[in-house]
Design a protein around this ligand. Structure first.
Ligand code: UTP
Length: 290
């Protein structure tokens, strides 16, 4: 059983400057919901209520978002705005959210290492705080199911076009089913010719606690940071790791173009905006010179 989730949210967000100079990228909203709220909701929808967010400098807004705000609640009560009052209470109570601060943004592996005391000796989920999954079955739930069947660490993967494999961590291994592979290798940003597959690591994991020892033994890698993929490669020498091809769509909010696309896609799915927003887009495109 997976009881705990770790959400790394301490990165500097350099791909989204200047917005992220003083504001956490994990708080960038898709319409009106901050990215990290979607991520916490996915964990909760997967049956996980103990959540540790790896926070850092300039990330206080995340803590406030999952805390009570008495002044706001009082004002909403005064206005008899019961719906928003209830939503604000739900948000503060949706999970047991804990925080630990990564002192320096030394990479994803280093961020996860900060979770070792909280996690203890049990497997746990990792959900990147800047990545939203749009799926029918929560992607973390899909990984939990695979973990329960196979028993080792599980990495979510998605198919990417062959000419883009050099942008991602790519896995290779033996197929156990249509969606699951037992891994033999993991390569960070391989050249197209040498890539072991077109399956890219997609921002969700179930990790066994042995990952912490692997992280300790991982030297600094790309960008002088402790890369989680390097630690997973060490872990792979000691135990089985599986990849799970997700059913759903990944949105990387830390990338400006993906952020834009996600906003438009989600707006077209929202009941109150779908029709007028579609009309607006059609009119806009009709009048734009391409
Ligand atoms: P990214 O690599 O996308 O985050 O990490 P980044 O370093 O902030 O991004 P850029 O490249 O500079 O724009 C994925 C997730 O891991 C967290 C980030 O906050 C993000 O949610 N992370 C990354 C940490 O918690 N600590 C780190 O040292 C690095």
């Amino acid at each position: 059983m997976i009881r705990k989730a770790v959400i790394p949210a301490a990165g500097l967000g350099t791909r989204f400057l200047p917005a992220t100079k003083s504001m956490p990228k994990e708080m960038l909203p898709i319409i009106d919901i901050p990215t990290i709220q979607y991520v916490v909701q996915e964990a909760v929808d997967s049956g996980i209520e103990d959540i540790l967010i790896i926070s850092g400098k300039g990330k206080r807004a995340i803590e406030d978002h999952f805390d009570r705000n008495f002044e706001l609640e009082a004002r909403l009560e005064e206005k008899e705005d019961q719906a928003w009052y209830n939503e604000m209470r739900r948000l503060a109570d949706m999970a047991n959210v804990h925080f630990v601060r990564q002192k320096e943004a030394n990479g994803l592996g280093d961020a996860i290492y900060y979770a070792r005391h909280h996690v203890g000796n049990e497997p746990f989920a990792v959900l990147l705080g800047d990545t939203i999954m749009d799926s029918v079955i929560p992607v973390t739930q899909q990984l939990v199911d695979t973990y329960e069947q196979y028993g080792g660490s599980v990495i979510a993967v998605e198919q990417v076009p062959a000419d883009k494999v050099n942008r991602y961590g790519i896995v290779g291994g033996t197929s156990m089913s249509d969606t699951i592979k037992e891994l033999t290798t993991l390569v960070e940003k391989p050249a197209v010719e040498s890539a072991p597959s077109n399956l890219a690591i997609a921002g969700r994991y179930i990790l066994t606690p042995e990952i912490f020892q692997a992280i300790e033994q991982t030297p600094k890698g790309k960008n002088n940071e402790i890369q989680l993929t390097d630690s997973l490669l060490l872990l792979l020498k000691r135990e089985n790791i599986y990849s799970h091809l997700i059913e759903g769509k990944r949105h990387d909010i830390g990338n400006k173009l993906d952020f834009l696309k996600t906003t438009v896609e989600f707006a077209l799915k929202r009941k109150e905006f779908a029709a007028p927003f579609r009309k607006f887009l059609e009119e806009l495109l009709a009048t734009q010179e391409v």
